[in-house]
Design a protein around this ligand. Structure first.
Ligand code: AMP
Length: 287
């Protein structure tokens, strides 16, 4: 696996990969590092569908708020490299913040509307940072397919719209949420949790399971489903709910019922760690 840190090197390396694969397809997996099996499932999907795989590791400062965890975000570069190497990744792009944001850079990508919903509502400016850095990475690496996790469902909605609005010539693919055996959605931030917090955090997936269970019993009204999820979440009073919503997966606007399909999404703070989780509710089949 080749590791590059500058944009010039990354461009040349991608060109070499394309030439080496006789203009085959390039799959791209953007990450912030501290890799786990969730990230690796994206790498696996990229390897299965593309001729060459490029991964980026960049803890993007512009997507963190002033009181968020940018400084303490886990950085495990050596381990990450070993994992990516063992999964047959061709190229790792690991730029510095100065490389991605040259002095005086003042150009941002803002996907209006959708960026202010769900996490965007609680984390103002978060998705502006995400869409800006992902646009830059797409621009530099020019992949044919880019792989993202359903875990960050709101991010997927924002980036899908960005790809459409800005005519990026690539396909955006979404991989399912990887969970621990007990249901906790894998996240780089799970390593912040104490054993007790780790136990409490299970309430997020349990709340979503309750929603799935009710939908399977033909409960379709969003308020009833949200109330049921909130009742489960209330079982862990130490867990502070940020949002618990049922929305349209594309616009992230709240829906009244789930008959046409929906996204049930939850965010909550456990100790000092903000966690997110979601489940996709398929459209109901009517006879
Ligand atoms: P991050 O490093 O947190 O920015 O995540 C990089 C990519 O991995 C994003 O597309 C995430 O949605 C995806 N990802 C993170 N956790 C999971 C998970 N548990 N299952 C599937 N994909 C994930």
């Amino acid at each position: 696996m080749r590791i590059v840190t500058t944009i010039a090197e990354a461009r040349a390396a991608v060109r070499a990969l394309r030439d080496g694969n006789q203009a085959g397809s390039i799959g791209f997996v953007p990450t912030m590092g501290a890799l786990h099996a969730g990230h690796m499932s994206l790498v696996c999907a990229a390897r299965g569908q593309c001729d060459a795989v490029v991964v980026s590791i960049f803890v993007n400062p512009t997507q963190f708020g002033p009181n968020e965890d940018f400084a303490k975000y886990p950085r495990t570069f050596e381990q990450d490299c070993a994992l990516l190497e063992s999964e047959g990744v061709d190229l790792l792009f690991a730029p510095s913040a100065d490389e991605m944001y040259p002095l005086g850079a003042s150009t941002f990508v803002d996907v209006e509307g959708v960026s202010d919903r769900l996490d965007g509502l609680s984390r103002p400016g978060h998705f502006r940072g995400v869409s800006t850095v992902v646009a830059k990475l797409f621009h530099v690496l020019a992949p044919d397919k880019a792989f993202f996790g359903q875990k960050d469902a709101a991010q997927v909605a924002v980036l899908r719209k960005m790809v459409r609005d800005l005519h990026f010539s690539l396909e955006l693919l979404v991989c399912p949420i990887k969970r621990e055996a007990d249901g906790l959605a894998m996240s780089s931030r799970n390593r912040y949790l104490s054993p007790e917090e780790r136990r409490r955090a299970l309430v997020l997936s349990k709340a979503l399971w309750r929603v799935e269970e009710l939908v399977s019993e033909n409960v379709v009204a969003a308020p009833a489903l949200i109330d049921a999820a909130l009742a489960v979440l209330a079982g862990e009073p130490e867990v502070r709910v940020d949002y618990c919503k049922i929305v349209d997966p594309e616009t992230l606007e709240e829906v009244a019922d789930v008959r046409k399909g929906a996204l049930a999404a939850v965010a909550a703070v456990v100790g000092t760690t903000r966690l997110i989780d979601n489940t996709v509710i398929a459209p109901l089949v009517t006879a």
